[in-house]
Design a binder for this molecule. Structure first.
Ligand SMILES: Nc1ncnc2c1ncn2[C@@H]1O[C@H](COP(=O)(O)OP(=O)(O)OP(=O)(O)O)[C@@H](O)[C@H]1O
Ligand SMILES: [Mg+2]
Length: 511
């Protein structure tokens, strides 16, 4: 499915209408008289910068937040939605931006949470496992339904969340950034499922920061800016038009990478092997260089950077920074050597959610400063505030808890704290996930600044335009091995993908 003809799916009656909804949190008016209309058989995109109010509106529809004022109509009748259960009774199913899975429970238990099949009062485990299979098949997820859900990667967990919502047979399905953790193939599949639901006259509300996805599926686009409605665009609006309406200005260069003269290798990884996970990983990143790592989900990219950072052990091989061997399996040793990692899972590993923006920004720098015996708290607070301003982190003040920030703004803090720490080698695992187009450019500029000052950057990303646009060289991984290297000069997305997939097929044949 590449494009669709809106005339083939004439939008039907109004299923859901939101009129003049406002919602204030202490410190911020998140929604200011916002209206939205969802028709049967349409994909209605909600577009806006990080912190514009998209998720707040979704939470109002899903019964998580009550609005301060305004009206919600379901099928033309005024409705109150005070709980997720009430939302479901009105036929509204929601996939929230932050996953709501219960970590230690199995995949199947998560799929049937709150509606577990019972027999004679007991949980019917066999039936549950059996009934999980077609739900997982529908989203193309090949995992053991009995596996603990937190043993899956982020992308797979996202697919479980989607499978659960699809099973609710909703009349309105709301998807808050479901594709931010997915790669191309999985995204294609989800967009196909969405098109299918549209043809069955479901009304869909879809949020994404990937503007190309909007062009593929949108029938209408409601744009939010600072909590207010900024206009409704037709589904075939141009990317420039979308950007202008949401950001208020044009963005000329999406990937502003400028090359720097390269120096000596700063990071050298040789023969790194962790049995059953990755093997014989050899590469180096030079001072001033950005090396990208591409590959399918499960190819071992995340596992390699975690091992280099000392977060996971390895069985053999070495990691060197500026010619010195770094002790394995020891995060403190890696950090002292000058290695930093922005992890793929900001909630689990990157941030302390109950702490403030200021504290999170200072986490790494403070540790470094304290070990040197000096703590320059004033200077640190000033630098943190400056970083927050550059990345346009939308927050009330440095004391605001991270938990209260929008998803994209949390991600900016996860990156900002490492940029402040100024490590010699910075590894970024899916850094711009959930970040709006304007803030992305700001992050890329900061990557440029790092390499300008002679640092090395390793960029793991599933977004092909990003790896191609921002790296000087790309390593492709498949099945725990580096299977190819490409120069980014004139390389196409298809060439990178072909290498990732072909390598995998060869491996499959060999194994
Ligand atoms: N529980 C809360 N307490 C205080 N402020 C909040 C809370 N939840 C959201 N906000 C604020 O409301 C505003 C809108 O946040 P929201 O999560 O709706 O943004 P968003 O458009 O979904 O952004 P993103 O693209 O980053 O996900 C932000 O300024 C955010 O800090
Ligand atoms: Mg959001």
């Amino acid at each position: 499915m590449t494009s669709h003809d809106p005339m083939r799916h004439p939008a039907g009656r109004v299923l859901l209408e939101v009129r003049d909804i406002s919602k204030r949190f202490t410190g911020a008016l998140a929604l200011d008289r916002v209206s939205l209309q969802v028709r049967a058989g349409e994909v209605h995109v909600l577009l806006g910068e990080n912190g514009a109010g998209k998720s707040t509106l979704v939470k109002v529809l899903g019964g998580v937040h009550s609005p301060d004022r305004g009206e919600i109509l379901v099928g033309g009748t005024p409705a109150t939605i005070r709980s997720p259960r009430q939302a479901r009774q009105h036929g509204i199913a929601v996939i929230h931006q932050e996953l709501t899975l219960v970590p230690r429970l199995s995949v199947a238990e998560n799929l049937f949470l709150g509606r577990v099949p019972r027999r004679l009062g007991m949980v019917d485990r066999r039936r549950m496992l059996r009934e999980a299979v077609p739900l997982l098949d529908r989203v193309g997820l090949d995992v053991d339904p009995a596996a603990p859900v937190d043993s899956l990667g982020i992308a797979q967990q996202q697919m479980v969340e989607i499978a659960r919502a699809l099973d609710e047979d909703a009349t309105v399905l709301v998807l808050d950034e479901p594709t931010s953790a997915l790669t191309g193939t999985e995204t294609d599949r989800l967009l196909e499922i969405m098109a299918d639901l549209r043809s069955q006259q479901v009304g869909l509300v879809f949020i994404t920061h990937h503007l190309d996805e909007i062009q593929r599926v949108a029938d209408r686009i409601t744009v939010l800016r600072d909590g207010r409605g900024a206009g409704v665009l037709p589904g075939d609006a141009s990317i420039d038009e979308m950007v202008r309406t949401m950001v208020g200005r044009d963005i000329d260069d999406q990937f502003p990478r400028h090359r720097t003269t390269m120096g000596e290798p700063l990071l050298r990884v040789s023969g790194l092997t962790r049995k059953g996970v990755f093997s014989d990983i050899d590469f180096e990143v030079r001072a001033g260089e950005v090396v990208g790592i591409s590959g399918l989900v499960g190819s071992g990219r995340t596992e390699v950077v975690r091992a280099v950072f000392g977060a996971d052990p390895y069985d053999s091989g070495t990691v060197e920074v500026a010619g010195r061997v770094v002790r394995g399996g020891d995060i403190s040793a890696a950090m002292r050597a000058g290695i930093g990692l922005v992890p793929e899972d900001r909630k689990g590993q990157g941030l302390v959610l109950n702490s403030s923006v200021g504290e999170n920004m200072g986490l790494v720098t403070l540790r470094a400063a304290t070990s040197g015996g000096l703590v320059d708290r004033g200077g640190q607070a000033r630098r943190a505030a400056e970083m927050a301003r550059r990345l346009r982190v939308k927050h009330s003040d440095a004391g605001q808890a991270i938990r209260e920030l929008s998803g994209g703004n949390q991600q900016k803090v996860a990156i900002g704290k490492w940029l402040l720490a100024d490590p010699k080698v910075l590894m970024l695992d899916e850094p711009t996930r959930g970040i709006d187009v304007g803030a992305k450019v700001e992050i890329y500029e900061l990557i440029n600044a790092l390499t300008d000052s002679g640092h090395a950057v390793l960029l793991v990303s599933s977004e092909l335009p990003e790896v191609i646009g921002m790296s000087d060289r790309i390593l492709v991984m498949a099945h725990g091995r580096i299977t190819g290297e490409l120069s980014t000069d004139g390389v196409t997305q298809e060439q990178v993908m072909a290498l990732a997939v072909a390598a995998r097929e060869e491996e499959d044949l060999a194994s």
